[in-house]
Ligand binder design. Sequence first.
Ligand SMILES: *Cc1c(COP(=O)(O)O)cnc(C)c1O
Length: 802
Amino acid sequence: MFTNKEAFKQAFLERLVSMHGKGVQQSTLSDRYYTLSSMVREYISTTWVETNDYYKENGAKQVYYLSMEFLLGKLLKQNLMYVGKYSLCSEALSELGIDIHELEEQESDPALGNGGLGRLAADFMDSLASLNFAGHGCGIRYKYGLFEQKIVDGYQVEVPDYWLQEGNAWEVRKSDRSFQIRFGGKVNITEQAGEIIVEHVDYEPVLAVAYDMPMVGYQNSTINTLRLWNAESMVKDMNLTELSKQGYHHAMEYKRRTEAISEFLYPDDSTPEGKALRLKQQYFLVSASLQSIVARFKRLHDDMKSLPEYIAIHTNDTHPVLAIPELMRILMDEEHLGWEEAWEITTNTISFTNHTILAEALETWSIDLFQSLLPRIYLITEEINERFCKQLWIRYPDDWDKIRNLAIVADHQVKMVNLAVVGSHHVNGVSKLHSNILQKELLKDFANYFPQKFSNKTNGISHRRWLLMANPRLTESISETIGTSWISNPNELRSLKAYKDDHSLQDLLADVKKHNKHKLASWIQKETGITVDPSSLFDVHVKRIHAYKRQLLNIFHIIDLYHRLKENTTTLSVPRTFIFAGKAAPSYHLAKNIIKLINALAKVINHDKSINDQLKVIFIKNYGVSIAEKIIPAADVSEQISTASKEASGTGNMKFMMNGALTIGTHDGANIEMAEKIGEDNIFLFGLKPDEVLRYYANGQYNVRDVYEEDNRLKYIMDQLMYGLFSRERADFQSIYYSLLNHDEYFVLKDFACYVETQNKVAHTYTNQQEWQRKSIINIAQSGYFSSDRTINEYTEDIWKI
Ligand SMILES: *Cc1c(COP(=O)(O)O)cnc(C)c1O
């Protein structure tokens, strides 16, 4: 049906009738979307089965990437492009009077993640398949993804994201791949004829049912699997007719409790009930995935000891780290191996990535909760801890502080990052700087004890999604200039560098950017009613709203710029449009107030006729993959201004670089490696260095008051929050005011002056379009390194050994 346009059109029309009982004229966009996607799924399913058969026959080592988040983005266009049928379909549909873009818009964007960590997992799936590696994902099929963000009166309002309402066209339910997960109850350990028998009784069973999604490789006939687990009750196995009314009620309660496990991404964990649910989710993911991995292994192999030769399991942050005691449980209780053998297999199978040095890296569970919810897993974890502490005692006799710091169970807590390091064969950070900080600060004692475990794997992004799909015009211009081999080998983008002074390429890329900016401007007009000038400089700050990412620093610069315009002390060399987008965690009040502040500022500036449209501020609601794909290709300037040392890597920074935006950024995360590749002349770096920040944290010698007293601009800006421009909203902004003036944990005031200076340099450089385009070409040319293909090649070679 995809061999030529006529065959496609006929098949499409027939399927429209069989699925929806309609002809083209009567069909809705949704009917057409589901018709097309079902055809695509059917088309790829043969290859999907073939890939699996091939893996079975040749016994290839399989990687399983365990992650609580997969931020996939829409899949129709990706799947069509990757199987090489996009233009055929779009042309054939257009002959039927159908615009394929309208069908693409119909798909709901599965928001099964918060931000960078979840998107990384999705880009890794893309690279694994595209590079022909047998790598699969394991996650949770949340019924509701990350909330949908609405803006009401400038405030973030969270609405449930029921992405499954119309069904997910790409998933296949595999009822025969379902596993029982056990919560609570008691563990009895007895000895019979020298063998230890472990019996788990009175537990509450939950059924994990697999929903598989195809992860299509780029034009290479490899299709891997993302397996998302759905939590279901085992009510149907109970004998309801015999239940009394009371029993019926209990059964319904049980059903509600179990289904809640895969209901929401990141339920609020500020309550004890929320905390327990989160731990349940983690064990649910891990237990289902490991049971399924081991079951497949056993269908193909006899000797459990060979598991690490055929299987690699990676844990994306600490959330799936219960994989370590769970694999121990399966090997000992179900496969009857001894502790030593099981431990050898487990630690040769599992590896771990840390993603942040913020407090959330140090995930802990109270022993009480852990033990009552997962009694068998607790016993195993406790024993891992005891055996590890015995070794520590030999190495560090009498050094109680060090041993307590390294122990997995201590201070009435189970420490997940400690469990992760002890039970993994490799531990990595996600940029050079971050990996260094891990080894020198956060996990210093571990790095001394297990030096050979630690390494760096700088993050990457899929150049296929973020350049080929998101920016077709730029893709075309690059290929016209250097040919198309960069698509399979993104390092070859480097040949663009020879054209950095080529005026015709500079003009061509300027035109591409202009086109993308026009497109975004009309979309903004439609969405927000605000007119933005496509010839203004688009300065873009899009990512989760968080104090360390310092949206406030950007806002302070805008207030200062606005003030200078009003006082007539500045004329802008180029009009500016500041674009923000991002969600704040529902319980993170400061971040929500920052959203309100951006919107309050936008209202003042966008309605002030006296500044002649020289300044506009836009907040785009509901940031996610689809919004990112619209915004990033249209950016002139990329804001990557986190407090140095705080952004582990960042991947947004790489997407902008690849799309030709210039970065204003701090010496943080992967910004540093970007600067190494392009040279400091082609990026606008500013602000405190990471070691300066870390030194201030250690010695407490940053005095925000001194900075504040010395800079009248800061006084003016801070005053506006409480008494000036926004005084009517003072109640919302005084928490920002006091958090800055009391401790300014993220050095907003300290970095303000050099940020403004650097922003002036940005504006000045932009007036020289030749110079600007030259820098932009260099950025694109060096962005190949930041393809997730490079990252995945490093993981497969150094860690997973496939
Ligand atoms: C890439 C991406 C992120 C990560 O952005 P950072 O700037 O690195 O924080 C977050 N959300 C979405 C939707 C993304 O595509």
